[in-house]
Design a protein around this ligand. Structure first.
Ligand code: MRU
Length: 354
């Protein structure tokens, strides 16, 4: 049975020239679509995680650049290009770790810098390229899912971290896309969903998606994963990434490192599932990846028995991502196939650099 998607996570409305997206802050309570008419507001939506997940951030930024084109009053191509460069610089500041953000903006501007038509043609060309990025994301995720699903065995229990599903992409998903495709192929899979403190992308978003797809799962708190691995109850660990360095080190949602350590200690294969737009060959190793630190309120907001859980005056740290060293990964699943170690030698062959 093919599971049809409800809608894309982020899309362009051609009647109103607006960017629309699912507001991921209020799911699963409410499924609401919000609209953006300007690139600055759209940048804020990336920062406050109305839209989140590396590929979805990339597509949203691409549509943000299209908005900037329509906002600009420039009548010449060269002035419009200057406005677009400025908008790109603003959008790039929205979040630091997901390289898809800069990747999407650079791809559009790199292709259009020598543009020979008029300003209105350039506005349309930016929108067309943004739409292409969004459409390709769905197709790439489905190719990745086919490669990944071949590694899943009937009866597998899989630990999954954060949300890597349709909501983290334009549609279908990365690691969760692999699980969806394995399920569609008729393999019996069971997912242990890390709740993913502090923003609960697992508990809120992955659980919501898995319910819609009819894939069996149980929610676990992040600190239970080690015991499930140690007691032989897990066959695979799957997660996405926000940036992969040239040596295969992977920055992903905080908690991934501890999960990969526990998987390796128990000989359970751990795979990162990423489109090649998430691979940053300009960085030699994961220590060079910029890691976002967010507001401490996200950690302190936790409630227990109807009350704030922490005493007044407590301070917190809120590191949003960690780096998993490549030695802990069994493979990196891309749209061009599964990359195995040594990653520094093999990754460049899978990444198209045009
Ligand atoms: O802070 P988020 O929710 O944007 O973090 C998302 C993740 O860490 C995902 O695992 C990652 O973007 C890859 S999923 C497509």
């Amino acid at each position: 049975m093919r599971i049809e998607s409800l809608m894309r996570t982020v899309f362009w409305n051609y009647d109103t020239n607006e960017t629309k997206m699912i507001d991921q802050r209020i799911l699963p309570g409410e499924l609401a679509i919000v609209s953006f008419k300007d690139h600055v507001s759209l940048g804020h939506a990336i920062t406050n995680m109305t839209v989140r997940g590396a590929p979805a951030i990339g597509a949203a930024a691409a549509f943000g650049l299209a908005l900037a084109g329509f906002e600009s009053l420039a009548s010449s191509t060269s002035t419009l290009l200057e406005d677009l460069e400025a908008a790109s610089a603003t959008l790039k500041k929205a979040r630091p770790t997901a390289v898809n953000l800069a990747w999407a903006l650079d791809r559009i501007l790199d292709r259009l810098r020598g543009f020979s038509g008029g300003a209105d043609d350039l506005r349309q060309a930016v929108l067309e390229e943004a739409q292409r990025i969004a459409d390709e994301d769905v197709e790439i995720n489905q190719r990745m899912a086919q490669h990944g699903a071949a590694l899943i065995d009937d009866g597998d229990t899989i630990i999954h971290h954060c949300n890597t599903g349709a909501l983290a992409t334009v549609d279908w998903g990365t690691a969760l896309g692999v699980i969806r495709t394995a399920h569609e192929q008729g393999k019996k899979v069971h997912v242990l969903v890390d709740e993913t403190r502090p923003r609960l992308q697992g508990a809120r978003l992955t659980a919501w998606e898995l319910q819609q797809y009819g894939i069996p799962f149980d929610l676990i708190s992040d600190n239970m994963a080690g015991t499930f691995l140690h007691t032989g109850q897990v066959q695979k660990v799957l997660f996405g990434a926000d940036r992969v360095a040239a040596n295969g080190d992977v920055a992903n949602k905080v908690g991934t490192y501890m999960l990969a350590l526990a998987a390796r200690d128990n000989d359970v294969p751990a795979y990162s599932v990423v489109p090649t737009s998430t691979v940053d060959l300009s960085l030699a190793h994961g220590g060079l990846i910029p890691i976002e630190e967010r507001d401490q309120a996200e950690v302190l907001e936790i409630r227990f028995m109807g009350q704030t859980a922490t005493p007044k005056g407590v301070t917190a740290r809120n590191i949003a991502f960690d780096v998993t060293p490549h030695r802990l990964l069994s493979g990196i699943i891309t749209e061009n196939g599964v990359v195995y170690p040594p990653f520094d030698e093999n990754l460049p062959r899978f990444v198209k650099t045009t």
